[in-house]
Design a protein around this ligand. Structure first.
Ligand SMILES: [Zn+2]
Length: 297
């Protein structure tokens, strides 16, 4: 697994930014301005060119978008199997995210052009785990659609955020804890990051712009954990993660390239287990003055 250069990070972020802006544009045109956003209402607004079809597709896929040339129609299939765990009549957060992800393939112009040529994408599944640029873009669109900056950013930047805040927002916007944590970090003006740990290793990391500007870049997927985090992971696996806090240096969690200041900055860790996806979430926060010592506020 190769390390990414700073230029590659910039390119990935730029593509995600465009996808999120596209989602904001779609919401703006539909005048959808309140949480929770209903992705199926967004799909319905594109009838008859787009038709959404929900059913229990078991383990075949979470969502799939097809283009049928004969009748010039896009069919958006979404798996309702997770709805069994949602309140009656409601869609589970995963179902909503799948629909929003497929809408990304529909609304992002190069994706749509590709679909018109080829008929369908490979089925997609899960959140934020695909390496392929196209899936990452559709995920970014989905996050932008379900958690618009205009609604969420003011809440996120009110003060220091905790997992209790993130949980409250996840309920309000009807998203998973993990998607909300990721999006909150993305919208934060403060140096912070979200690390997801699966099978004892870093499965994903998202860093706020301030964290990147301060010289702390994500480590590659599959990276080892710092020793203290390893014992937290073990406690989570054993079902007794009680101490939800920790502390380290940014160099333990981030690629800091040639910046000693970034590598030696203290980072505060907050742990939250998500048993349903066997994921341990870690919210990292670095005091602003440690990364930007010369700036007066
Ligand atoms: Zn996809």
């Amino acid at each position: 697994m190769g390390k990414k250069t700073r230029l590659e990070w910039a390119e990935i972020r730029n593509r995600q930014k465009n996808a999120i802006e596209r989602a904001a544009e779609v919401l703006g045109a539909l005048r959808m301005t309140a949480a929770p956003i209903d992705p199926l209402a967004v799909a319905a607004s594109e009838k008859p060119l787009l038709v959404a079809v929900g059913a229990d597709f078991r383990d075949r896929f979470d969502g799939q978008l097809e283009y049928h040339r004969a009748n010039n129609r896009f069919l958006l299939f979404y798996n309702t199997k997770y709805d069994a765990y949602a309140p009656a009549g409601a869609h589970h957060a995963r179902t909503r995210f799948s629909v929003a992800h497929e809408l990304g393939h529909y609304f992002i112009e190069p994706h749509r052009a590709f679909l018109r040529r080829t008929g369908k994408f490979h089925p997609s599944r899960g959140e934020f785990l695909s390496d392929r640029a196209i899936e990452t873009e559709a995920d970014a669109f989905a996050a932008g659609l379900l958690m618009p900056a205009s609604l969420l950013a003011p809440r996120v930047n009110e003060g220091e955020m905790s997992f209790a805040d993130i949980e409250r927002w996840a309920q309000e916007f009807e998203t998973s804890m993990t998607s909300m944590a990721r999006r909150a970090v993305e919208l934060s003006h403060f140096p912070c990051a979200l690390i997801g740990v699966r099978e004892g290793r870093v499965a994903f990391s998202f860093h706020s712009q301030a964290m990147i500007d301060g010289g702390c870049y994500p480590r590659p997927r599959g990276s080892d954990l710092p020793p203290d985090a390893r014992s937290k992971w073990q406690a989570f696996v054993d079902g007794n993660l009680s101490d939800g806090k920790g502390q380290a240096f940014a160099g333990a969690w981030c690629q800091t390239y040639d910046s000693d200041r970034a590598a030696e900055a203290p980072v505060y860790e907050y742990y939250r287990g998500v048993p349903s996806t066997q994921t341990l979430l870690i919210l990292l926060s670095v005091p602003e003055e440690e990364l930007f010592p010369d700036e007066d506020d």
